[in-house]
Ligand binder design. Structure first.
Ligand code: CTP
Ligand code: MG
Length: 226
């Protein structure tokens, strides 16, 4: 089985407000991007190529020498995450593709392996985590109108694993129909597939706001990756 990884890393990190893209913030001795890429570098037995999607304006990417590894390819991202992912999917060559946010450096290899075991079919699979809090739905004035059952409710994480060509078709059809998509699975769902939800560690956070740097440090230490 051929499996490439697409890592969208072309965002600006607005909510992190660091003055530069958050993927270049350091966690210990490595940047977020280096830590995320290295997880897949260490899984050569299942991963063929790693496609890193960077912004056209990115003047820092070259200093890390990712391309010295023959398995790394680089492509240019777009205005929204979906555009960056689509460019990366076109750069990939494999039958299957894992899409993983550069901003999730704490993902565990064991979870990725369980995802691959569950998702190598037309429906694909994504990592999810359980919802812990009581869930409320409000109206437009923030008045609670109902309590939503937590049963069967999950947070969608990455990686997300799909057949590359099915995902490209699903994404392109959704875009041309004007459907708003926030992850790969929603494109596949709109094309009629039912991706499998694979429960992973909740430590696989998306580093989004300054406080998340502290959380990421904690989780990396917990998993002996500091
Ligand atoms: N991403 C991308 N291309 C974009 C926007 C986002 O490749 N045009 C990537 C980010 O680099 C990140 C992942 O998609 O790895 C998830 O996006 P998010 O966490 O929202 O990152 P940013 O868009 O950089 O952050 P913000 O929304 O706060 O600006
Ligand atoms: Mg964003």
């Amino acid at each position: 089985m051929k499996l490439d990884v697409v890592i969208p890393a072309a965002g600006v990190g607005k909510r992190m407000n660091a003055g530069f893209p958050k993927q270049y913030l350091k966690l210990g001795n490595q940047t977020i991007l280096e830590r995320t890429v290295s997880v897949f570098m260490d899984m050569k037995d299942v991963v063929d190529n790693i496609i890193i999607v960077v912004s056209r304006d990115d003047d820092r990417f070259r200093e890390f020498g990712f391309e010295k590894n023959s398995c790394v390819k680089v492509c240019i991202g777009g205005a929204e995450r979906i555009n960056s992912v689509l460019n990366g999917l076109h750069c990939a060559e494999s039958e299957y593709v894992l899409v993983h946010d550069a901003a999730r450096p704490c993902v565990l290899p064991d979870d990725i392996r369980r995802l691959i075991s569950a998702g190598c079919n037309d429906n694909g699979a994504i990592l999810v985590s359980r919802v812990a809090d009581t869930m409320k739905r409000t109206d437009e004035n923030n008045s609670i109108i109902s309590t939503v059952s937590r049963e069967h409710l999950f947070h969608a994480l990455t990686p997300q694993l799909f057949k590359r060509k099915l995902l490209i078709d699903a994404y392109e059809n959704a875009v041309s129909s004007g459907i708003v998509l926030t992850d790969e699975a929603s494109a596949m769902e709109s094309a009629g597939f039912s991706p499998k939800a694979v429960i992973g560690e909740a430590s696989n956070i998306k580093v989004t706001e300054p406080f998340d740097m502290k959380l990421a440090e904690f989780f990396l230490k917990l998993n002996n990756r500091w």
